[in-house]
Design a protein around this ligand. Sequence first.
Ligand SMILES: N[C@@H](CCC(=O)N[C@@H](CS)C(=O)NCC(=O)O)C(=O)O
Length: 256
Amino acid sequence: MLELYHALTSTCSQKVRLCLAEKNIEWVSRPVNLAAEEHLTPAYLALNPNGVVPTLVHDGRPVVDSSVICEYLDETFPGPKLTPEDPVERAAMRAWMRFFEEVPTAAIRVPSFHQVIARRYQALDEQTFVEKIADIRPLRKNFYRRMGPHGFSQAEVAEALDELRHTIARMERALENSPWLIGAQFTLADIVVTPSFDRLDDLGLASLWAGKPGVANWFTRLKSRSSFALAYPKGSRLSEREPVRPLGKAALAGLC
Ligand SMILES: N[C@@H](CCC(=O)N[C@@H](CS)C(=O)NCC(=O)O)C(=O)O
């Protein structure tokens, strides 16, 4: 049996749902309510000591980390191959995946939390926020501490947007003359960065790829694949659940 512990709005869970849909794999959904801190319970921490979603459990054995899970699924299950045969292309795909983890996946958390999730905590004082919200998280304690109950500083938001712009510019060079990041083959590299684009769109930041036709057409092609609708059922977007606070002009202009 293949079980996925995940949350609808979690971008890391969305990566894995896209991968499962692309490979036509049947799976059992184990929803985890992040707002209710179900990912911090002893039972969940026994599966995933990082206290984050997603976690895949295959015949009782847990596999953690969304990109690792995607590679595991592609190696283990039949269906369309999402990894190139050619070793150099495979290395290029993995280099994109590492870059996406290091740069845009980390950067997208800043506007997501600043524009939406921080609002949940705005009534708390700093000390209560640190004790009750930040310090209970094994992996994200310092990220939450940096954010505080009122969101990130304008400078931190501007820095994150700068990293996202850099990512988009780099992708544009790869996608100018090619449908997918590794050329003709749709691969895990395309999958793992897609949720960051959908999140930017959801946060009202699609203007970041204005004037970048390679990236814009790539995202349109991606959204027209049948896997996209399957991976994003109703309720998968933050804006469907909570208000999105628009960013200040200074952060958008990168002036901070
Ligand atoms: N590197 C991990 C990161 C997973 C992650 O950060 N998940 C977020 C949701 S997208 C989470 O569970 N956050 C829990 C929290 O904020 O306490 C992966 O890719 O699986």
